[in-house]
Design a protein around this ligand. Structure first.
Ligand code: PHE
Length: 455
């Protein structure tokens, strides 16, 4: 298929916001707080941040290299760079990960959509902690309402994708992401003003490795991949839309930094409230949905802020999903030759049908909640297998590919825009980290989680 008629993001600012739109999402406000709560706080935050900067950024730059150089879907990109070799397996793994992630991500997005709707209806006025727990349980047990919200989410995502990359993605991200940032700061300030909030701050920043364990370390690493949308082709696909004069090194740093700041802010919005309202930090996936309504209860304009919070959460979840489904849409277009609209609709159908296995098993009392594979529900299995195994493994193979197959000069040439940017010394350093440090760290975490290496 020809790729010459591809659209492009129009400016470097648009590139930054679109890429950030992929990175920001339920990972920051839902996954990061509940995993940090589960694995004991500061130590998890530390390993997560180290993973972002020592492994995430090198992987992101490798994906940018592959994407902008080839301007193809993830499978086609590897086939283009090394035809008839096994390297395209990385692309196939990425596609499988995209499906697994989107299968359950659309559910959590559906919960957020439904909470936006409920906040509009005023359902959270003066509601108690116990009532919020019950609301969360009924929201996810369903079965009809979570399926309805999943379908709604897919409808919204499909419509935006049919409009196309530039019009759809650029407009939404450029206007609404800054608003999200402001609102999360307001939420954190409100949460920090609650009694006992210092305990939440201490929880988030005190490093204690006791409750982390090898699975905690692997999970923190997996979260870093999930957060930066790495290891599944989203960044390969998006960087295919980057302009040739964009400074991709800056884009990677700015996106990783902004995204990590938002995660920490989300932690500051949630953990002080967790301690103020006596909630267990390890309460699990419901943490966001129980704490945030409590944070805004009993303050002037509280319900108004709550509506804003869930509305903007819907937006960031949606822009993240767009970058996931876009991978599959481009793949269908380029590999099967289907039109953009058909590719979008076919994928939405697949995601709805197979993804409903996740919907129906998200709660132990759900229709398929008791059905376990490898000791996990479908919902947990899709999440665990993608985040903790496939994404980091895909990332490892990607940096090995760029570090050992694509040589340093090619990497530096592409990322310095043929030496027009004066950033070659930084790039040399990053290539060194990418080739020697990040893969070793990744392998150590894998071996540790398999119990083959203890520290
Ligand atoms: N980064 C997104 C988030 O944190 C999720 C995502 C994963 C998006 C993989 C695209 C690809 O919510």
């Amino acid at each position: 298929m020809s790729t010459n008629n591809r659209e492009k993001f129009s400016t470097s600012l648009a590139i930054f916001f679109a890429t950030l739109g992929s990175a920001l999402g339920l990972g920051n406000i839902w996954k990061f707080p509940y995993l940090t709560g589960k694995f004991g706080g500061g130590a998890f935050l530390l390993i997560y941040s180290l993973s972002i900067f020592l492994i995430g950024i090198p992987v992101m730059l490798s994906e940018f290299y592959i994407g902008r150089k080839t301007k193809k879907n993830p499978i086609g990109a590897f086939e283009h760079l090394r035809p008839n070799t096994a390297w395209s397996v990385i692309g196939y793994m990425g596609v499988i990960s995209s499906y697994l992630v989107i299968f359950f991500y659309t559910d959590v997005a559906g919960w957020v959509y439904s909470y936006f709707f409920k906040s509009l209806m005023g359902s959270f006025n003066n509601v108690s902690k116990a009532a919020l727990q019950r609301q969360f349980d009924t929201t996810i047990i369903g079965p009809l309402s979570p399926l309805f919200w999943k379908a709604t989410v897919l409808l919204v995502v499909s419509l935006i994708l049919i409009l196309g990359v530039q019009k759809g993605i650029e407009k939404i991200t450029k206007t609404l992401l800054p608003l999200f940032f402001i609102l999360i700061i307001i939420t954190a300030i409100r949460s920090l003003s609650l009694p006992n909030s210092n305990k939440g701050v201490a929880f988030l920043f005190t490093v204690n490795f006791k409750s982390l364990g090898s699975i905690g370390i692997l999970t923190a690493l997996g979260l870093a991949f999930f957060k930066l949308s790495l290891g599944m082709g989203s960044m390969i696909t998006y960087s295919g839309y980057f302009t040739d004069n964009n400074n991709m090194l800056n884009t990677a740093f700015h996106v990783a930094l902004s995204d990590t700041i938002v995660s920490v802010l989300a932690g500051l919005a949630i953990f002080p409230a967790v301690f103020a309202f006596n909630i267990e930090p390890s309460a699990g996936p419901g943490l966001l949905f129980i704490t945030i309504p409590l944070v805004f209860s009993q303050i002037p304009f509280g319900n108004f802020l709550l509506i804003g919070f869930f509305f903007l959460s819907c937006i960031v979840a949606t822009t993240a999903m767009i970058s996931m489904v876009e991978v599959l849409v481009v793949l269908f277009k380029e590999k099967l030759g289907t039109s953009r609209t058909t590719s979008v609709l076919l994928n939405s159908l697949i995601i709805f049908c197979i993804g409903s296995l996740a919907t129906l098993s998200a709660h132990p009392h759900g229709l398929l909640g008791g059905f376990l594979v490898f000791g996990k529900s479908f919902f947990d299995l899709f999440d665990y297998f993608s985040s903790n195994i496939l994404l980091p493994l895909g990332g490892l193979l990607t940096i090995i590919f760029v570090g050992y197959i694509i040589n340093r000069e090619n990497f530096i040439e592409e990322l310095s825009n043929n030496k027009k940017l004066k950033n070659t010394s930084y790039l040399r350093f990053i290539f060194f980290v990418l080739k020697y440090i990040s893969p070793i760290l990744l392998i150590i975490v894998f071996l540790n989680s398999l119990g083959l290496l203890k520290f």
